[in-house]
Design a protein around this ligand. Structure first.
Ligand SMILES: Cc1cc2nc3c(=O)[nH]c(=O)nc-3n(C[C@H](O)[C@H](O)[C@H](O)COP(=O)(O)O)c2cc1C
Length: 172
């Protein structure tokens, strides 16, 4: 992450409203390294405090190509953008890295953290996250069973990732 573009900030200094930041602005979830990574748009997620650490939580369906990367890697990043990148986020949320070069299609340029994780130079805010807890949503655990026909007709329950937010960069 270029220090001329980004300031490293304390997670407690993220000032955005999380519900609109994640739900309305969306984010790119990216995992892998400089030789092989994938990214996808996500608008479901949470941020908060757990096990004495600032954490982020994301939800990824198993059929996503990105899933292979979040499963294999210990880290992922979350990148948030301004409205000018809405088209790029639509592309990353409607095509798969299995058959599309999302970097070429969107014009986004990869940025690398010291640990070799991948985010994007065009982002306004980047979170580097270290996986701590991973599990599937389970059918029998839903106290509101109406969620299942609404969201999981094919039984493709999201995998839940809770991760420590280890670094946060904000565009200068
Ligand atoms: C606005 C938006 C939000 C999305 N949120 C999620 C999400 O939170 N979890 C998920 O698994 N897929 C989500 N998706 C779907 C993936 O982004 C989409 O299936 C993408 O093409 C997967 O790419 P991949 O196969 O390269 O991983 C979302 C798509 C859009 C457009």
């Amino acid at each position: 992450m270029n220090p001329q573009t980004f300031d490293l900030i304390n997670p407690k200094d993220i000032s955005d409203n999380m519900i609109s930041l994640i739900g309305d602005k969306w984010m790119l979830v990216t995992a892998g390294n400089s030789s092989c990574f994938n990214t996808m748009t996500a608008s479901w997620g949470m941020m908060g405090f757990l096990w004495g650490k600032p954490v982020a939580q994301i939800f990824i369906r198993p059929q996503r190509y990105t899933f292979e990367f979040t499963e294999k890697n210990d880290f992922f990043t979350l990148s948030f953008f301004g409205e000018e990148q809405r088209e790029a986020l639509k592309i990353c949320g409607s095509t798969s890295g299995r058959d599309t070069d999302k970097v070429a299609e969107t014009g986004l340029t990869p940025a690398f953290t010291k640990d070799g994780n991948v985010a994007f130079n065009e982002a306004e805010l980047v979170l580097e996250c270290r996986k701590m807890y991973v599990d599937d949503f389970r059918k029998e655990a839903f106290t509101d069973q109406s969620v299942i026909p609404a969201w999981y007709k094919d039984g493709d329950f999201h995998k839940v990732y809770i991760a420590e937010i280890v670094n946060v960069w904000k565009r200068k």
